[in-house]
Design a protein around this ligand. Structure first.
Ligand SMILES: Cc1ncc(C[n+]2csc(CCOP(=O)(O)OP(=O)(O)O)c2C)c(N)n1
Length: 275
């Protein structure tokens, strides 16, 4: 049984707070990090999986495709699958345990995972192939890719960006999770990509900036991206690593760190009981 898709902004805000709670609970249960990276994409995932994408995770040929290029944040996406009824709660609770289909990086074979990801830089290339193939089959399905900002340090991203612009892949939308942080420091200090929008535009893309924690702004950006339709679009979603948990926000250690139970209690208290 697949849950009704939320239509309103309030539904998406509620979905986001539930996903945030599930990320914290399951990170604690499984003893796995990358929590900050999952929390920064919650609203992006909610907007896409809860509202924008057509039939994600179904076997409909016309379903929209999703590629989580920043595969290390898969827990947020597994939450969306659980929310939509694509994943049972008991399976969700096996995240990263022996024999689980839910790895720290998503693997093909799970409904909703079109391609295994985790090696940064590769997701957009595969997504370009999917988009080109769908267009050649005259499909109306679209391809959504979520990349991280440090991933844009990878040369392969720009090869794929050139390819998509050359082929005018107007059925392709990239979202960049611009949380300004990467494994070893602030993106600005490790290898600055600023101004990111101008770089994408120089590669032939239509660039839109949006508040990556405002579900309405994100839905508007995706709608506007597909209205543009003369080539590929990138949404530069400004986010905060660890969003929603005060002691994690913009703190480097929450890229890798596991959650001890005392801090989990604090985090859950901050999220409140409404989730
Ligand atoms: C090709 C490749 N090199 C290194 C890694 C290890 N790694 C995992 S996440 C990460 C960087 C995280 O920063 P960012 O990509 O901006 O993602 P965020 O944590 O902000 O979600 C690295 C280097 C990887 N997954 N793939």
């Amino acid at each position: 049984m697949v849950a009704d898709r939320p239509a309103s902004r309030d539904d998406l805000v509620h979905m986001s707070s539930v996903l945030r709670r599930w990320v914290i609970e399951q990170s604690l249960e499984s003893g796995v990090g990358h929590i900050g990276s999952a929390l920064s994409i919650i609203e992006i995932i909610a907007a896409l999986w809860g509202h924008v994408m057509h039939a994600p995770g179904s076997d409909e040929p016309e379903r929209d495709r999703f590629v989580l290029a920043k595969g290390h944040a898969a827990l947020a996406m597994y939450g969306a699958m659980r929310w939509l009824g694509l994943l049972d709660e008991d399976v969700f609770r096996t995240y990263c345990m022996d024999g689980s289909p839910l790895g720290v990086h998503p693997e093909k074979g799970l409904a909703g995972v079109e391609v295994g990801t985790g090696s940064l830089g590769q997701g957009l290339s595969v997504a370009c192939g999917l988009a080109l193939s769908l267009r050649r089959r005259q499909s109306q399905a679209r391809v959504f890719v979520l990349v991280s900002d440090a991933e844009c340090n990878e040369g392969q991203v720009w090869e794929a960006a050139m390819f998509a612009a050359h082929h005018r892949l107007d059925n392709l939308i990239v979202t960049v999770d611009v949380n300004g942080m990467q494994a070893l420091g602030h993106t600005q200090d490790v290898l600055s990509m600023s101004p990111l929008s101008r770089r994408w535009e120089a590669f032939g893309w239509h660039a839109i900036e949006a508040d990556g924690h405002d579900v309405s702004a994100l839905v508007d950006a995706y709608t506007s991206g597909f209205t543009h339709r003369s080539g590929p679009t990138v949404i530069l979603a400004n986010t905060v690593l660890g969003k929603g948990i005060s002691f994690m926000e913009d703190r480097l250690e929450w890229h890798y760190r596991n959650l001890p139970s005392d801090l989990a209690g604090r985090a859950l208290a901050e999220l409140g009981t409404h989730a």
